[in-house]
Structure formats: structure tokens, C-alpha cells
Design a protein around this ligand. Structure first.
Ligand code: FAD
Ligand code: FES
Length: 239
């Protein structure tokens, strides 16, 4: 049995906008904020499973937010309640547990891991001040849901979400999104002296450290995003 052969039942797969879908599956799990699964809902082709971050999790279910960009995600979008999807196990490291004044910044489908992250950080310390900055290129999704887990939600459609945040207002910033967005945010955080953690994306084949597909140069040498990440301190990867 391969690592991704564990089958889970689809409970719902909602279309939120033209390209964004929210899929909930029945799967006992202990997934943590920032982790991902390698999913597939097909046989031999496409060859590779596709990595998706955990948007939300409870002990019995997992929820994934995904954007249709190619063949694999298109196949996910055709799944209906009752269908099966191979999930495997939660992979990768997690966002750090931080308290105080915290900002979570997401760009596009990079908002996916931030929901469970916000929920987890608030649960661990209710006094944490947690603001969410969500940037979208055309249509905002799930803002009402994020309002339930953060103290303040700032959204931007069509502009640059990085223009909306002042990192000096925060002790910690955690982010996921396009690399250019995360680099711009790093520039601002560095100037403000605010620590930034980034969730990196690379094409992945195995997801658990054996194929070397997901290499990333860091200040500590070449790392595998699937097992050493996806979360890294920004200063280690933006060198
Ligand atoms: C750790 C991790 C977590 C992720 N979490 C999510 C998530 O929660 N929701 C979500 O929608 N997507 C997420 N992604 C990206 C997602 O895995 C890809 O969009 C997906 O694999 C594309 O598969 P496809 O067959 O639809 O597209 P393909 O036909 O494989 O590719 C279509 C286009 O997308 C680009 N692409 C494919 N994979 C990636 C990638 N990993 N990084 C950048 N560009 C890519 C290709 O270059 C191509 O232009 C994550 C990626 C990683 C590495
Ligand atoms: S995806 Fe295979 S080593 Fe990272």
C-alpha cells in the first residue's frame, strides 16, 4: 500500500467562486495548522498526487480549499458527496505557536492554511490579538468564516494585500501565498523588525522526503519543502 492509498469519503465539495472549491472529507486525523495532504481521486494518470493544505480539521473530518488550475484540481472539482479520495496522512511541519500581536497574511488560495492556523492560535491563547489580511485577484471568498476566527479581517480584491499591513503593529506575521507577495512582505517585516514565517510552495512528487522534487535553497543549505517545511522562517529562504 502506498502512503497515499488511504481512501476517505467526500462529504461535500462546494463551488465558492469560478475557480475556488471547498471539499470536506470524512477522515480521522490529528492534522495541525500549516500541514498538507497529498490527494488523488484518479487511477494511474495523472501520475502524481497533488498537495493541498489543511483548511480546517476536527478529529473526524478534514476540509481543503483549492483553486482549479490544471488537470488534478479539475478532477477534484468533479467529486461529489459519497465519492472517494485518497488522502494518506498529514505531512510537513506546522506554523509556530505564537502569541501576542499576530497577523496572518494570505494571497489567493494561499489563504487556505490560515483558517486552521487562526483557529488554533486563538484556542491556545484567547488573549492573542489576531488580525487576518486576505488578498484576492478577482473575487473574495470565505471572509465571513475568517471573521469568526480572527479579531479583524482586512480584504483586498485586485490590489496588493501587502500594502494594507503595517508589520510594526505586530510581534509575529505568518504568511502563505505567491512567492512575490511573500518576498514583498518580508521586505516590510525586515524593516519593521517583525519576525515572519512563510509557507513555501514547490512542485511535489512524493510529499514525504524521498524523491527530492521539492528542493529549496536556504541559509542552512538545500532543504526539502515537504519534510523540512512547508513553513520556514522568512530570513532562511529569502536569501
Ligand atoms: C505544500 C503545498 C500546499 C498547497 N496547498 C494548496 C491548497 O491548499 N490549495 C490549492 O489550491 N493549492 C495548493 N497547493 C498548490 C497545488 O498543489 C497545485 O495547484 C496543484 O498541485 C496543481 O495541480 P493541477 O494538476 O491542477 O495543475 P497542474 O496541471 O499540475 O499545473 C497547472 C499550473 O499550476 C502550476 N502549479 C502546479 N503545482 C504547483 C505548485 N505546487 N506550486 C506552484 N505552481 C504550481 C503549474 O506550474 C501550472 O502552471 C499547494 C502546494 C503545496 C506545495
Ligand atoms: S516531494 Fe518528494 S522529497 Fe519532497
Amino acid at each position: 500500500m502506498t502512503d497515499t492509498a488511504r481512501m476517505s469519503r467526500v462529504l461535500s465539495n462546494l463551488q465558492l467562486s469560478r475557480d475556488f472549491f471547498l471539499m470536506r472529507v470524512a477522515e480521522p486525523n490529528e492534522a495541525k495548522m500549516g500541514q498538507f495532504y497529498m490527494l488523488r481521486s484518479w487511477g494511474m494518470y495523472p501520475l502524481l498526487s497533488r498537495p493541498l493544505s489543511v483548511y480546517d480539521a476536527d478529529p473526524e473530518t478534514l476540509t481543503f480549499l483549492y483553486k482549479v488550475v490544471g488537470q488534478g484540481t479539475k478532477l477534484f472539482s468533479g467529486l461529489r458527496a459519497g465519492d472517494s479520495v485518497a488522502t494518506g496522512r498529514a505531512l510537513g511541519n506546522t506554523f509556530p505557536v505564537v502569541t501576542g500581536r499576530v497577523a496572518l497574511v494570505g494571497g489567493g488560495v494561499g489563504i487556505a492554511p490560515l483558517y486552521l492556523t487562526a483557529k488554533t492560535l486563538k484556542k491556545m491563547d484567547a488573549s492573542t490579538r489576531l488580525d487576518l489580511y486576505l488578498g484576492f485577484s478577482d473575487e473574495a471568498v470565505l471572509c465571513g468564516e475568517f471573521e469568526k476566527v480572527g479579531d479583524r479581517v482586512v480584504t483586498d480584491v485586485g490590489g496588493f494585500i501587502t500594502d494594507r499591513i503595517s508589520p510594526e503593529d505586530y510581534d509575529w506575521v505568518l504568511t502563505c501565498g505567491p512567492e512575490a507577495m511573500m518576498r514583498a512582505l518580508y521586505g516590510k517585516c525586515e524593516k519593521a523588525g517583525t519576525k515572519l514565517y512563510v509557507s513555501m510552495e514547490r512542485r511535489m512528487a512524493c510529499g514525504f522526503g524521498v524523491c527530492l522534487a521539492c528542493g529549496c535553497d536556504t541559509s542552512r543549505g538545500r532543504k526539502k519543502v515537504c519534510v523540512d517545511g512547508p513553513v520556514f522562517p522568512a530570513e532562511e529562504v529569502f536569501i
